[in-house]
Design a protein around this ligand. Structure first.
Ligand SMILES: *Cc1c(COP(=O)(O)O)cnc(C)c1O
Length: 385
């Protein structure tokens, strides 16, 4: 080891004293499982996104994607369209329900689902589609609703990267799809350590997710505590799951939510700084949308050109103490999905080609200006710009 600055991690949560105080207060309150702070977090989260929305907190986005699809009635024999360019969670929940994910290629610019390719893969078994707002770049609401209505499919949005994001002042989560699912995993744009949220305009869908997140019990502990009927009484109406969020996590979420805009604007600042600094570097930079679009900037994905090998550049950056990642290894390349899918590797030309080029650079609000400059210097060095 040589002396030098400590390595810069690829991702770090931006959690401060306010979050710590809120978690401590939650612990002191005695509500360690789902209690008043979970209810408060749900109300504040839905109010942040828009009007007429129901929000249901869960212990992960994976749980949320699972229960949203379950509430849509997806089951054995059904097919669900999933972009190959995503984390495996998006597809695995389809298998939880005995249905089959049908992988779809992506758009070469946004790396979001290619709706023309999706339309070609529709069969009489197709029930739903799960678009991913990759890196936090929102798919326009109209594209989603047009696709849903012309093909009569349910849409469950994977918005794990897209909080907060908006198109024409309408936030991701506030549109007309069946449900939108957010992640509060440690590296996501706001965090509760582990956590997720299902948001929907459909009161029945929200009610089903609420029941299924806690053993299929029709009233949870906090409802029972608040209620005037005997506190021991409850009904089991389904074989549900154990997917509820606890109050200490929700307490952290409430503080993070209040800082979400401030943290997003810092990430946007970093993205714009990178964009400027890499203008003369032999790299393809991510698409920057116009002012009608609010990008969550969860990820900043660059692509190497013909003269550079992606893996060599990642190694060079690592040697300079810069953590990076790759988002994503397309699902059609992973052994389980490759062996299970009824597809040929050549069916995903865009994802297969772009996968070899992508590098995710650090972009998080806890980065200092000096950290950002360090990344810029290291990238320029690695590419001899
Ligand atoms: C992180 C992530 C998930 C899963 O989120 P968890 O809260 O960890 O379950 C799902 N989809 C995408 C695209 C993600 O990046």
């Amino acid at each position: 080891m040589t002396d030098g600055p400590a390595p810069l991690p690829f991702a770090m949560p931006d959690v401060g004293e306010d979050e710590i105080d809120a978690v401590v207060a939650a612990i002191r309150s005695g509500w360690l499982s789902s209690g008043p702070r979970v209810s408060e977090f749900e109300s504040a989260f839905s109010a942040f996104l828009g009007e007429g929305l129901h929000a249901v907190a869960l212990n992960s986005a994976t749980a949320g994607l699972h229960l949203a699809l379950e509430a849509c009635g997806v089951g054995p024999g059904d097919e669900v369209l999933v972009p190959t360019w995503t984390f495996t969670a998006t597809a695995e929940v389809v298998r939880y329900l005995g249905a089959e994910p049908v992988l779809v290629d992506v758009d070469p610019v946004s790396l979001n689902i290619d709706f023309d390719d999706a339309a070609r893969r529709i069969t009489e078994r197709t029930r739903a589609v799960m678009p991913v707002h990759l890196a936090g770049l929102p798919i326009p609401h109209k594209l989603l609703s047009d696709f849903a209505s012309s093909h009569r499919l349910d849409i469950v949005e994977d918005a794990a990267h897209a909080f907060p994001a908006a198109v024409d002042d309408l936030r991701v989560g506030a549109g007309e799809t069946r449900a939108t699912v957010f992640s509060f995993y440690a590296t996501k744009t706001i965090t509760t350590g582990e956590g997720g949220m299902v948001v929907t305009r459909d009161a029945d869908l929200a009610a089903r997710v609420r029941v299924m997140r806690l053993h299929g019990i029709s009233r949870n502990a906090f409802d029972r505590y608040r209620s005037t009927t005997p506190s021991w009484a409850y009904d089991v109406v389904a074989p549900g799951y154990k997917y509820n969020l606890g109050d200490p996590a929700a307490a952290m979420g409430l503080v993070q939510l209040s800082r979400a805009e401030e943290m997003r604007s810092r990430r946007e600042q970093i993205a714009l700084r990178y964009d400027e600094a890499f203008a003369d570097v032999p790299l393809d930079r991510p698409f920057i949308p116009g002012s009608d679009v609010q990008h969550a900037w969860h990820l900043y994905i660059v692509r190497t050109g013909r003269d550079h090998n992606r893996d060599t550049v990642i190694g060079d950056l690592a040697a300079q103490g810069i953590g990076t990642s790759v988002h994503f290894i397309p699902l059609h390349i992973h052994p389980y999905w490759r062996d299970r899918g009824r597809f040929d590797q050549s069916e995903f030309p865009v994802a297969s080609a772009q996968y070899r080029r992508v590098i995710s650079l650090p972009i998080y609000s806890a980065m200092s200006d000096a950290d950002v400059d360090r990344v810029i210097g290291a990238v320029r060095g690695a590419l001899r710009a």
